[in-house]
Design a protein around this ligand. Structure first.
Ligand code: NAD
Ligand code: ZN
Length: 381
């Protein structure tokens, strides 16, 4: 079968790889019909995630058709159209039982933090991902969800990560009616977080990025205010001024470690060139949230982040909530929001490319070329 193959930082290609096998009785094999490239894949692509091994296949956002099921699988059968949450979750451990499907113990027992994730390095369990023609799906009775017959596959594929992560970013913010919410990062996750902030009663939603095309997209898609941090002398000062000097009620970090190392800007007034992996958005978020406010972090970091003003967290009494999204927990309500038309996930898709063009697809998404917001890879088989 054809599959994306990681060769080292910034080097990916499509290769022939063996068809995946059923390894456990509760596995399924899914023929992938669509898979996306995520901002999280850029951390892998840029070599920022520990233990990302050459030869592995990325891809944690995918849908497809069940091809085979192991002997103990009860809820799926060959031919079912499924969307597969990016978290690999056993459904039975202490964390899954609390709804923390992103922190499943069984799917990644050696890790101290994250649960298993498709195609996300050996740090996240070493599972191959769905940027391929076929993929092995463990715990097939737990995560995979039948796609409603009337749902567009382009909507379904974004329910595997982008919609739940954006929604959970807003949910973790504990937004109260009338709150001012500032979202850092106008990628698919930040735009979805801004859109979902209104669902929780936000009174004002502001998004910050430096890519004009994304800011314009966010204004249209999420009906929010959008500002370019490169044209602001100091984003923190700007946000303070905009909020009557109190600060935002809620800040959302939808950037994470700057995968492309593109953030050249100010920290406390000084121009600094930041290396890839810098946490400048997190720094701004901590400094622009109000005293006693809430900081919701969905941006992904390596095990350590730098330049984090932890003293300001303590002195301002900020509550920090952070996690990988718990996709399975959120799917029932999010499927409804898609069906009732409030959320239009496919509206984020700007690029549809054959799986064979995976190298170009990564380059375009990573370098933010061609007004790219979200890319879907389509296997030809
Ligand atoms: P993306 O690369 O498309 O978007 C990131 C955006 O942040 C870009 O538009 C970039 O210009 C902007 N940016 C960079 N530095 C900035 C700064 N200092 N201030 C404001 N904006 C800045 O990625 P995405 O797909 O939208 O993902 C965003 C983040 O969410 C990534 O870190 C990704 O790993 C993470 N993520 C987390 C989860 C989860 O479950 N927690 C799930 C999916 C993605
Ligand atoms: Zn993702």
């Amino acid at each position: 079968m054809l599959a994306m193959n990681y060769r080292g930082p910034r080097r990916v290609r499509v290769d022939h790889k063996p068809y995946p096998e059923i390894l456990h009785p509760n596995d399924a094999i899914v023929r992938v019909t669509r898979s996306c490239i995520c901002g999280s894949d850029l951390h892998l692509y840029h070599g920022m995630v520990p233990d990302t091994r050459v030869g592995t296949t990325f891809g944690h956002e995918f849908i497809g058709i069940v091809e085979e099921v192991g002997p103990s699988v009860e809820k799926l059968k060959k031919g079912d159209h499924v969307l597969v949450p990016f978290n690999i979750a056993c459904g039975a451990c202490a964390f899954c039982k609390q709804g923390l499907y992103g922190n499943c113990h069984e799917s990644n027992p050696e890790a101290t933090a994250v649960g298993g994730i498709f195609g996300y390095s050996h740090t996240a369990g070493g599972y191959d991902g769905g940027q391929a023609e076929y993929v092995r799906v463990p715990y097939a009775d737990v995560g995979p969800t039948i796609i409603p017959a009337d749902m567009d596959p382009d909507d379904a594929v974004l329910l595997t990560d982008v919609v739940p992560t954006g929604y959970q970013a807003a949910e973790m913010g504990g937004i109260k009616p009338g709150d001012t919410v500032v979202v850092f990062g106008a990628g698919p996750i930040g735009i979805m977080a801004a859109k979902c902030a209104w669902l929780f009663g936000a009174g004002r939603v502001i998004i910050i990025d430096h890519l004009e095309y994304r800011l314009e997209f966010a204004r249209q898609y999420a009906q929010c205010e959008a500002y370019n941090f490169r044209s602001l002398e100091d984003p923190v000062l700007f946000l303070k001024r905009e909020t009557g000097w109190l600060g935002a009620d809620v800040c959302i970090d939808a950037v994470g470690a700057d995968a492309a190392g593109s953030a050249l800007h100010t920290i406390t007034g000084k121009k600094l060139m930041l290396q890839a992996g810098a946490a400048i958005a997190l720094h701004w978020a901590i400094n622009s949230v109000k005293k006693g406010g809430i900081l919701s972090i969905v941006g992904v970091y390596g095990p350590t982040g730098n330049l984090i003003p932890i003293g300001n967290v303590v002195n301002k009494g900020i509550t920090i909530r952070a996690n990988q999204a718990s996709v399975k927990r959120l799917l029932p309500r999010l499927i409804k929001h898609v069906q009732d038309g409030y959320i239009d996930p496919k509206g984020l898709i700007t690029h549809r490319m054959p799986l064979e063009e995976v190298a170009d697809a990564y380059h375009i998404f990573s370098s933010k070329l061609d007004n790219c917001i979200k890319t879907v890879l389509i296997p030809s088989s």
